[in-house]
Design a protein around this ligand. Structure first.
Ligand code: G3P
Length: 215
């Protein structure tokens, strides 16, 4: 499973890269706005740090506008993946960008039927938003399981990128479901490392070691 950070914060990205466990980054307009950074400059900076796929989202809502923005974004850096919303206009734009040889991530996916359409456009990634489905009392992980089954049935190459992940169990369940990628906030990435029994066990080992040295 590939790990992406869902952030536009450079410190968080640098930290994950320094551990050697980061495969890519996803951003969205909300995350970039939170950082108060100039969008295109920030996308380039992120690409330079992560040296892996970096999703940057278009903000136009019509096909032509999305295609124009997508082409501009793709020119920023070879690692840019253009993120388009999974609307009819977005899928049309996605198909056109794929035709130009640009990598596309279809975002805001909430149904298997949308994911099937995404695969048919030849997009590189499909992004089901699990947490937001959980928020409205739907089991978000069921959607990942359905998409993985459908894609395997037909050998679609589009990678399933589990998004809107809110806690470590989301990552584990997405891995069990066969998602290719999990994108997560830095906080969740950090939580993956932690276990109280590891801390307790290590503490005891070190205490025993000190005692043995005294004898
Ligand atoms: O990866 C999608 C993410 O940015 C949305 O997450 O927590 O706002 O639903 P959330």
């Amino acid at each position: 499973m590939k790990f992406f950070l869902d952030t536009a914060n450079l410190d968080e990205i640098r930290e994950a890269v320094s551990i050697g466990l980061l495969d890519g980054v996803t951003t969205n307009p909300t995350l970039v706005a939170k950082e108060g950074a100039e969008f295109k400059q920030r996308v380039i900076e992120i690409c330079e740090i992560v040296r892996g796929p970096v999703s940057a989202e278009v903000t136009a809502t019509d096909t032509e506008g999305m295609c124009t923005q997508g082409r501009e974004l793709a020119k920023l850096h070879p690692w840019v993946v253009v993120k388009v919303p999974t609307t009819k206009a977005g899928l049309k734009a996605g198909k056109c960008l794929v035709g130009d040889g640009i990598k596309v991530n279809c975002t805001l996916v909430f149904s298997a039927s949308q994911a099937l359409l995404v695969a048919k456009t030849g997009a590189t990634y499909v992004s089901p938003f699990l947490g937001r489905l959980d928020d409205i009392s739907h089991v978000g992980m069921d959607l990942v399981r359905d998409i993985v089954t459908i894609y395997r049935n037909y050998g679609y190459k589009t990678q399933v990128l589990a998004a809107s992940l809110r806690h470590p169990l989301h990552i584990v369940d997405a891995a069990k479901a066969g998602a290719d990628v999990a994108t997560m906030p830095y906080k969740v990435f950090d939580q993956l490392f932690k276990h109280p029994l590891t801390d307790k066990g290590l503490d005891q080992f070190l205490k025993d070691w000190e005692k043995a040295k005294v004898q």
